[in-house]
Design a protein around this ligand. Structure first.
Ligand SMILES: [Fe+2]
Length: 514
């Protein structure tokens, strides 16, 4: 038994195995550090980061022990060396399990965040482990064939990395088709490409094609996401196309461009009759496919309202492309307007600050109309106080909500049928601001507040106007998704909420409150 345990934990093969596990665990653990705040909240601040530091030190210790063992030597004595090795091995196993559990507990919804963190940490990790391997492990390989294979593989990797850095090899395509966002006063056409490019929108006007580039102060913007803003009448009822040219190199003098691609013509429709069906979706949290299947089962619609929370956070441009643009493009085909309502999870992550620019919004609180119906769009931001550890010191939303409430109170009533939209049904975290906002919406004759955030389907009729919560992920049981159709007619609003099994969860008619 003692011999077997010794072989399992302290043989050369075991130490080599745990060295590799330790290095992988450190990378994985660093990639799921979005979960640190929850564990630290229960234990103490800095616990998880400390665990990471000790695991990284443990990997280095194991490598040093392996090196000594291969030479038949020990640090101090065999017992002390084995005790240190065992501690490092336990750390490797704990951080590995911690990482896996972190990914599992939120049902894979944070996989995109983990991937973004993994991608940014990988080059540093590869450099450190590569240098460590060639300094301490490679000299121990006595077998000439294995040694030669390792050298050949390393040389091939270096050559491939050099070629790829100079000549892009992946094909250049649109990674998401265009989406037309209604920002209140204008339409912004947004699409993305597989790599950095310049982009444009061309629209047909009186038999001529007019091309408008995505520019910053006259300079074409180099980005994966392109945003072109047009006056509403420039796009209304027109055919348009989007195009992009790959940018390979940018220099002070000259540069290098690649292939140019252009979409087929798309007809944009915003000429609404009195009867209009609007799809509402909230809290899809990366579950695009489920949300798309519910949307299809709800029937045809002429506009889309996205009520926020596309992912746990916006860690990169890729998150915006995958969970907002690609999703909205699949829902609309770029043929109808989309109203975006910011969710609390769109205020988090490294790309959150750029969301408004990318979607073409000056602000996430605004007014607009769909046909003869008015919409007041509010931005509830986060649902906890600004100092909450989940926000990593980046939140200043109390001041923002106060400004938004002042803006709301300055609005004049249009006398038309009005619907309010806000991710949180509470409107504002601060009771005083929430009360002012509800009072103002009531005085404007608001007939309905449509919201999400709670991951359930409900219609609260206890307030001066009904408050609708349209579903989202897990709203009809674990693994489910529910979305809604909001049908507007001159008589009133009809709400129909359905889940991904086709079950109707809510059906209700509401009169206009003019
Ligand atoms: Fe939310």
């Amino acid at each position: 038994m003692k011999k077997r345990l010794k072989a399992m934990f302290f043989s050369k093969a075991a130490i080599a195995f745990f060295t590799v596990l330790s290095a992988i665990s450190a990378l994985l653990f660093y990639s799921v550090r979005y979960g640190f705040v929850f564990v630290d909240d229960v234990l103490y601040t800095g616990f998880s980061l400390g665990l990471f530091v000790f695991t990284a030190i443990g990997a280095a210790c194991l490598l040093a022990i392996l090196n000594r063992k291969a030479q038949g030597k020990y640090f101090i004595c065999e017992g002390a060396t084995n005790a240190v090795a065992f501690l490092c091995e336990v750390l490797a196993v704990i951080t590995f399990l911690y990482s896996i559990i972190t990914i599992i507990v939120d049902k894979g919804m944070s996989l995109s965040t983990a991937y973004a963190l993994f991608k940014s940490a990988l080059p540093v990790w590869a450099f450190i482990t590569g240098v460590a391997f060639f300094a301490f492990a490679f000299p121990l390989i006595k077998n000439k064939v294995v040694s030669r294979i390792v050298r050949c593989v390393t040389a091939l990797i270096l050559i491939a990395a050099g070629v790829v850095s100079v000549f892009p090899i992946q094909p250049f395509t649109f990674s998401s088709s265009p989406v037309v966002f209604d920002n209140g006063s204008e339409y912004s056409i947004v699409f993305s490409t597989s790599s950095d490019s310049t982009g444009y929108v061309a629209y047909e006007s009186n038999g001529e094609w007019i091309r408008v580039y995505d520019v910053n102060d006259g300079r074409k913007k180099k980005d994966r996401i392109h945003t072109v803003t047009l006056q509403k009448d420039e796009l209304s009822g027109k055919e348009y196309r989007v195009g992009a040219t790959r940018i390979i190199d940018e220099l002070s003098y000259g540069g290098r461009t690649g292939k140019t691609i252009e979409s087929d013509g798309i007809f944009f429709h915003d000429d609404f009759a009195d009867d209009v069906n609007i799809l509402t979706v909230s809290d899809w949290h990366t579950k695009n496919k489920k949300a798309l299947s519910v949307s299809e089962s709800l029937g045809s619609y002429q506009a889309v309202i996205l009520l926020g929370d596309c992912a746990p956070g916006l860690m990169s441009r890729e998150d915006i492309c995958d969970y907002i643009l690609d999703f909205a493009a699949e829902l609309t085909g770029g043929t109808m307007p989309v109203l975006y309502v910011r969710g609390n999870h769109e205020t988090r992550g490294r790309a959150a600050s750029y969301l408004a620019d990318y979607l073409g919004y000056d602000s996430f609180y605004y007014t607009t109309s769909i046909g003869s119906y008015d919409f007041v769009v509010l931005d509830s931001c986060e649902d906890k106080e600004d100092t909450h550890p989940e926000y990593g010191g980046m939140a200043d939303y109390t001041a923002y909500r106060s400004k938004m409430t002042d803006w709301l109170c300055s609005l004049e009533s249009t006398g038309r049928n009005t619907i309010a939209l806000c991710h949180s049904p509470d409107l504002c975290l601060e009771p005083e601001l929430a009360a002012r906002s509800f009072d103002k919406l009531e005085s404007m004759g608001t007939s309905l507040l449509a919201s999400g955030h709670l991951h359930r389907v409900a219609l609260d009729e206890s307030k001066s106007f009904p408050v609708f919560i349209d579903g989202g992920v897990d709203s009809a049981g674990s693994g489910s998704f529910a979305g809604a159709m909001m049908s507007l007619t001159s008589d009133g609003i009809r709400l129909k909420c359905q889940d991904n099994n086709g079950s109707v969860l809510l059906e209700k008619s509401i009169s206009w409150n003019k």
